[in-house]
Design a protein around this ligand. Structure first.
Ligand SMILES: Cc1cc2nc3c(=O)[nH]c(=O)nc-3n(C[C@H](O)[C@H](O)[C@H](O)COP(=O)(O)O)c2cc1C
Length: 146
């Protein structure tokens, strides 16, 4: 049984996939506007990065909530062939806010002025400071940084 003295544990799940034709920039932003509400209500944090027709998403929170959300995401026809690349438990969140951050190409950095959940590459790189191991490597790879 958990009580206020039990340290909180966060379940982290990361997957990669490929966007479908239907996943345009506009539809992606609309999808992410809805996702903020869902994720905040369920205390889920995370980041979605799209680079060179490849998607990387990290989702963190209560394990049941994260798995429930991933079950929906996995079946979503707006992307293809999702493959889980990381599952782990930690006492900390790597993404320090609830909702779902989005980062696209450098040419889309201006979206950071238009959407509260959009992070340009420089901002997104700061999150990697809080992450270790395989997820850090993947984040750096998707942010095109070595
Ligand atoms: C790449 C990708 C990432 C997604 N990320 C989230 C997310 O973080 N939160 C969310 O609520 N929905 C997200 N969705 C949308 C879900 O797949 C799904 O449409 C949403 O949870 C509503 O599901 P429902 O209609 O079964 O309730 C994402 C979809 C895609 C294609």
């Amino acid at each position: 049984m958990s009580d206020s003295n039990t340290p909180k544990k966060y379940f982290h799940l990361a997957y990669i996939s490929h966007p479908s034709e239907s996943l345009t920039k506009k539809s992606l932003v609309e999808l992410l506007v809805k996702a903020q509400q869902y994720n905040i209500q369920r205390e889920i944090s995370g980041i979605l990065i799209i680079r060179d027709k490849s998607i990387f998403q990290l989702i963190e929170g209560d394990e049941v909530e994260v798995r429930d959300l991933y079950n929906k995401i996995e079946k979503d026809p707006r992307h293809q062939h999702p493959v889980t690349v990381y599952e782990g438990i930690s006492s900390m969140r790597s993404i320090p806010f609830l909702g779902m951050g989005l980062t696209l190409d450098q040419s889309d950095d201006h979206l950071a002025d238009e959407h509260a959940f959009y992070f340009n590459r420089e901002q997104a790189l700061k999150f990697t400071a809080l992450v270790t191991g395989k997820v850090k490597d993947l984040l750096l790879e998707y942010l095109d940084h070595d």
